[in-house]
Design a protein around this ligand. Structure first.
Ligand SMILES: [Zn+2]
Length: 226
């Protein structure tokens, strides 16, 4: 879905989409409890999940509207991690939706400060030859946000050291699908590490895969069967 199409969704539809995505995130087993958060870009800022309300109790009206200066509407406080959502939207005009989770396998690797190397060609679904792990900083801080934006350079996903992962998309479905993919890759890589360090695919091969994904209409998560 293009940015224009996203803009045509009503505020109400986007709020409902954010609630649905948060619930799916937990139902799919890539997040637990109240951790994680979801947002979508709107014309003058973004909509983000509130802090402290369990997803199953969150109503679309409780999704917080924020502006790019960090101000928000209403009495309900936004997720304490709103800064990296704001900074990713500011830095990346290709991103219209963000899913942040504490998925178990992705977070396990992040706790070991490990990037996900090109051990499998689908790593390219995140936009590059690897999925970087951003250095640790306290949740909600500008420092963490700066590290996340840097780790996402030329990528659509990253790990956050001792914390979790971020996946971005042109819409909510794409961001969620990428989060699921990153978690599957993290699990496969973790399993491979039980046997030994897998051989990385050569840079040249990863470049070819990235190019192939691009030529199939910007749909890296639905490559032709391979
Ligand atoms: Zn978090």
């Amino acid at each position: 879905m293009s940015f224009l199409k996203l803009q045509h969704l009503s505020d109400e539809a986007l709020r409902a989409g954010i609630v649905r995505t948060s619930l799916k995130m937990n139902a799919l087993g890539i997040n637990q409890g109240k951790s994680g958060n979801v947002s979508a870009r709107v014309e003058n800022g973004f909509l983000v999940t509130p802090t402290g309300i369990p997803y199953e109790n969150t109503r679309p009206g409780q999704i917080v509207a924020m502006r790019m200066d960090g101000a928000h509407d209403g009495d309900i406080l936004p997720s304490s991690e709103w800064r990296f959502h704001r900074d990713i939207y500011a830095a990346r005009l290709d991103v219209n939706a963000i899913v942040h989770t504490h998925a178990l396998y992705a977070t396990t690797l992040a706790c070991m400060d490990r990037d996900i190397p090109p051990f499998h060609y689908m790593v390219a679904a995140a936009g590059g030859k690897d999925i970087r792990c951003a250095p640790y900083a306290t949740f909600g801080t500008q420092e963490l946000s700066d590290f996340a934006v840097a780790a996402l350079d030329d990528r659509r996903a990253c790990l956050l050291s001792h914390h979790g992962m971020i996946a971005c998309g042109t819409d909510l479905d794409q961001a969620l699908a990428l989060a699921v993919e990153v978690e599957s890759l993290a699990r496969m890589y973790w399993q491979a590490l039980q046997i030994g360090e897998p051989q990385p695919l050569p840079d040249e091969e990863m470049r070819a895969v990235i190019h192939k994904f691009k030529t199939y209409g910007q749909q890296p998560l639905q490559p032709p069967s391979a």
